[in-house]
Design a protein around this ligand. Sequence first.
Ligand SMILES: C[S@@+](CC[C@H](N)C(=O)[O-])C[C@H]1O[C@@H](n2cnc3c(N)ncnc32)[C@H](O)[C@@H]1O
Length: 268
Amino acid sequence: MASNVANHDGSATTTPAETNPSNEQPVNNNDQTVNDSEVFAPDDFLADSNSYYNNAKKYWSNVSPTVDGMLGGFGSISFIDIRGSEQFLKHLYKQKPAPGRKRALDCGAGIGRISKNLLLPLFDHVDLVEQDEQFCQTARTELADYGSKLGTVFNEGLQNFVPAQGRYDIIWAQWVLGHLTDEDTVKFFNRCAEALARGGMIVIKENFTTGNVVDVDRTDSSVTRPLLQMKQLLKQANMRVVKEQRQTSFPKELYPVYMMALRPTLKK
Ligand SMILES: C[S@@+](CC[C@H](N)C(=O)[O-])C[C@H]1O[C@@H](n2cnc3c(N)ncnc32)[C@H](O)[C@@H]1O
């Protein structure tokens, strides 16, 4: 099971008390508390990044190229997930400057579930980047009906992928950043910042732990980070949170899932 999606121990971590009632407001991730709080991360697990990435590669090569496979057996939440993302994206277009609608990038795209149901209907062109060759092939087949709207499906790990400068209005990364080391996550954000078109934004949608401990999954070689830690990484990457919202209506046994829209702090 892809713990990237589900909570391993099955315990209910989604407590309403953790939902920020003001989460419709822009979030200041430069808050001093971000610096001062300690996050307890496993030092040994991420030490050898080559085996970290190779183990994940091996894990995903044995997962079936289906929606259920992508979501660790929780294929039934796909509809709610996409609806939540649509609403979130809609709000982003009220920002000034609003992102364009020309080109989106789907990161850690799997078989193209998000491209198919969210991005391709909304953007003129969509590129995908995914480390697993079989998933890339499935995405190319599944999305073939979109003709030239489907751009390039890059078969590459996000830790190495360099998106073209100034190309994307929206860069979407969902349920994949736990597969990157902290250092590579920051570098990934830096490269994405360069790849944004004017008004563009990066959207991340990930599981988060509720405390300050990083949960490690040695089966699929991933971590689930505390929200606070992600904010520390964003700060290191000079990214600003434009909007943050928790996904509602997911089963109680799943980790809390948050969407965050990001822009580089330093304007080009
Ligand atoms: C939980 S699935 C999510 C797929 C898709 N984002 C979705 O929500 O349907 C995680 C995906 O990330 C991919 N992945 C894992 N490590 C990656 C990496 N380092 N670079 C790019 N993709 C990666 C996996 O192959 C898998 O397709």
